[in-house]
Design a protein around this ligand. Structure first.
Ligand code: AMP
Ligand code: MN
Ligand code: MN
Ligand code: MN
Length: 289
C-alpha cells in the first residue's frame, strides 16, 4: 500500500441497493481492477449492501471501510453527509436510516403526479423497473426511465428539465437533520464527512453555518477530491478543510458504467498538505487476515 495521502482510496460510490446499477460484489471487483487500495460503498440512506461489499472486498484482498451517504435537510436544501468506518450493525444508525428512507415512496408518487401533469404519464411504474430496493426509489430511477423512453437524451438533461427545484417532477422532501445524521454516524464509531460541498447553492454565511454546525455536532471530515469537483473546487475545499481543521476525503461518487463520468479509483490525488480521513480511521479498516 502507498503511504497516505497518495493512496488510491475511493470512499464514495453507489450499488443497486440504492441508485447505482452494479451489485456490491461487482463494484468490489471493479474497484480492485481499477487499482483502488482502500474502498467504501456509500449507498444512500441504506446499509443493505455493507456485508456483501465487505465480504467481497475481503475475498479480493481489498481493504474496506463501512460507508453510507445520508440525506439531510439544511437551510432549505438537501445536503449529503457521508459516514465512514462505523459499526454497520449499530441499531440506532439502522433505525435512523429507516426513518430517513420512509416517505420516499409517497414522494415518488407525487413526483409521478407532477410529471403526468406535464404530459408524462406512468413515470412511477416506469421508475420502479429500475429499482432493486423498494424502500429506495430515487430521482435517479425516474431519470433512467425518462432516458429509456426517449423523453431526454441523458440523465443530466432529465434533472435539468424535470427533477430539480421549480421543475414539474420536483417534490421538496424533509430528510434527516444535520445533528441526527452526524450523531448516528459518530455514535456508531464512524467519522462523518460533508459530501461534495461545491454542489450546494449556499451563500457564504449558510456554508459557514453548515461547517460550524457540522463540527459542533462532531463531524470531522470533508470531501475535497470527488467526481463532482472541478480542479478549482478541489483547491477551494482543500483550503476549507485546513481552515476548519477537517480531515479530507476522496471518492468518485460512481453510480453506473453508462452514466458516471468518474470511474472507481480514477481521481486526482488528495492535495499533500491535507490529513486524509483514512489516517483517522486506521483502526476501522477491514482487511483480509
Ligand atoms: P434523491 O435522493 O432521490 O433526491 O436523488 C438524488 C440523486 O440524484 C443523487 O444522489 C444523484 O445520484 C442524482 N442526481 C442529482 N442531481 C443530478 C444531476 N444533475 N444529474 C444526474 N444525477 C443527479
Ligand atoms: Mn445518487
Ligand atoms: Mn451525494
Ligand atoms: Mn453519492
Amino acid at each position: 500500500m502507498h503511504p497516505s495521502p497518495w493512496m488510491n482510496a475511493d470512499l464514495h460510490c453507489h450499488s443497486c441497493v440504492s441508485d447505482g446499477t452494479l451489485s456490491p460484489q461487482a463494484l468490489a471487483q471493479r474497484a480492485k481492477d481499477h487499482g483502488v487500495e482502500l474502498w467504501a460503498l456509500t449507498d444512500h440512506d441504506e446499509l443493505g449492501g455493507q456485508h456483501g461489499a465487505a465480504e467481497a472486498a475481503r475475498a479480493l484482498g481489498l481493504p474496506y471501510l463501512s460507508g453510507v451517504e445520508i440525506s439531510v435537510s439544511f437551510c432549505g436544501q438537501t445536503v449529503h453527509i457521508v459516514g465512514l468506518g462505523f459499526d454497520a450493525d449499530d441499531g440506532a444508525l439502522q433505525q435512523g436510516l429507516a426513518a430517513t428512507r420512509g416517505g420516499r415512496r409517497e414522494r415518488a408518487l407525487e413526483m409521478a403526479g407532477g410529471l403526468a401533469r406535464a404530459g408524462i404519464p406512468g413515470a412511477f411504474e416506469g421508475a420502479l423497473k429500475y429499482v432493486s430496493n423498494p424502500e429506495l426509489i430515487s430521482r435517479t430511477h425516474f431519470a433512467r426511465h425518462l432516458v429509456e423512453t426517449g423523453v431526454c437524451a441523458d440523465t443530466n438533461e432529465v434533472f435539468r428539465r424535470f427533477l430539480t427545484e421549480g421543475k414539474p417532477g420536483f417534490v421538496p422532501h424533509r430528510w434527516a437533520s444535520l445533528r441526527d445524521a452526524v450523531r448516528w454516524i459518530t455514535d456508531a464509531g464512524g467519522l462523518a464527512v460533508i459530501a461534495h460541498p461545491a454542489r450546494y447553492r449556499f451563500t457564504a454565511n449558510e456554508e459557514h453555518a453548515l461547517f460550524t454546525e457540522f463540527i459542533a455536532h462532531g463531524g470531522r471530515g470533508v470531501e475535497v477530491v470527488t467526481g463532482s469537483h472541478s480542479a478549482a473546487e478541489v483547491v477551494r475545499y482543500a483550503e476549507t478543510a485546513l481552515e476548519y481543521g477537517l480531515a479530507a476525503s476522496r471518492g468518485s461518487d460512481f453510480h453506473s458504467p453508462d452514466e458516471s463520468h468518474t470511474d472507481l479509483g480514477a481521481l486526482p490525488a488528495l492535495p499533500a498538505r491535507l490529513t486524509p480521513v483514512w489516517d483517522w480511521l486506521a483502526e476501522r479498516i477491514q482487511r483480509a487476515h
